[in-house]
Design a protein around this ligand. Structure first.
Ligand code: PEP
Ligand code: MN
Length: 341
């Protein structure tokens, strides 16, 4: 529910409401406006009527309205206008910008990750990606370098200054990954791993939440809500393709999700055309299309020698392809009135 305070109400009244919301077992989300403050109260729906009545009778309150959307904190009902999320390195992901996260599917060796970081930085990427914990379909496939991989990402960050985005697979690894990563990625396979979502909801770093390969937009936003409702407001959504009957591409990149999300949520939306298509020659065209459709950024797999990659080589861009793509990304970015800077 949303508690709408009277215009110019005293600070004490707002503080009392926040405290009352907490004692009632709800999470308060105050939004301070110039004239008026509204306080979102999020929690169990069971006692909604009673709680609305208690809050509605408190001093300084104009009215209390229920939040109609099932994803409350992700919706515009609690936060008006698009969110801009700050990540380490002074980078903002949100309106007016296009941000590009690039790097290999997996961290393999120090040479490989540092070389890739330098390549993507030189071509204009804003952040480095690289998996240290890999969710693989086969238990016999390379599972990632784990903690060693995190340390190599740290070296690449120090060498280039690029912030690092890396996946966490298991709630028990969240603290460790948080210590190394600038943004924690939740992969498609874990989009409904609720204990993991709750765990990253309790941290202080932004979370990049990929869409599941068979989650609807509503289910995806409900997953974001798990993170937001634990207190972490910095969630970036990443469309990475869904599974359809089509086999010519690895997944079907659902770019129509972008305008839908724009109407439904204030959270930033980025697009991963690498997992979205599965083939390197399809990556750049879909990246341009994603910018045209209104995304806030891209996540792209790049490898210095894709044919030798330990995972996802077929969809990884060569360094040359990445710099060519970035030159055109600039044109598309400007065409939609955004900036890469
Ligand atoms: C990845 O980013 O390397 C990855 C495993 O992505 P997804 O979860 O989208 O399959
Ligand atoms: Mn990959």
């Amino acid at each position: 529910m949303i508690v709408v305070m009277k215009a110019h109400t005293e600070k004490e009244n707002i503080e009392a409401i926040i405290e009352k919301i907490q004692t009632l077992g709800y999470l308060p989300h105050p939004i301070y406006g110039v004239e008026r403050t509204v306080v979102g109260a999020v929690g169990s729906e069971k006692e909604r009527e009673r709680v609305m009545e208690i809050l509605g009778n408190m001093p300084g309150v104009e009215r209390v309205v229920p939040i109609l959307k099932p994803y409350k904190l992700a919706s515009y009902e609690v936060k008006q206008g698009p969110s801009s999320i700050r990540i380490n390195g002074g980078i903002e992901i949100g309106p007016g910008k296009i941000r590009v996260i690039a790097g290999p599917c997996s961290v393999e060796t120090e040479e490989q990750i540092v070389e890739t970081a330098k390549i993507v930085k030189a071509a204009g990427a804003h952040a480095l990606r690289g998996g240290a914990y890999k969710p693989r379909t086969s238990p016999y496939a390379f599972q990632g370098m784990e903690k060693e991989g995190l340390k190599l990402l740290d070296i690449a960050r120090r060498e280039t200054g690029l912030p690092v985005v890396t996946e966490v697979l298991n709630p028990k690894d969240v603290d460790l990954v948080e210590a190394f990563a600038d943004v924690l990625q939740i992969g498609a396979r874990n989009v409904q791993n609720f204990p993991l979502l709750k765990a990253v909801g309790g941290i202080k770093k932004p979370v990049l939440l990929k869409r599941g390969m068979s989650t609807t937009i509503k289910e995806w936003l409900m997953s974001a809500e798990y993170i937001l409702s634990e207190g972490n407001q910095d969630v970036i959504l990443c469309e990475r393709g869904i599974r359809t009957f089509e086999t010519a591409t690895r997944n079907t990149l659902d770019l129509s999700a972008i305008p839908v999300l724009r109407e439904e949520t204030h959270l930033p939306v980025i697009v991963d055309p690498s997992h979205g298509t599965g083939y390197r020659s399809y990556v750049a065209p879909m990246a341009y299309a994603a910018i045209a459709a209104g995304c806030d950024g891209l996540m792209v797999e790049v490898h210095p020698r894709p044919d030798e990659a330990w995972s996802d080589g077929a969809q990884s861009l060569t360094p040359e392809m990445f710099s060519e793509m970035m030159a055109k990304v600039k044109i598309f970015t400007e065409a939609v009135g955004r900036s890469l800077d």
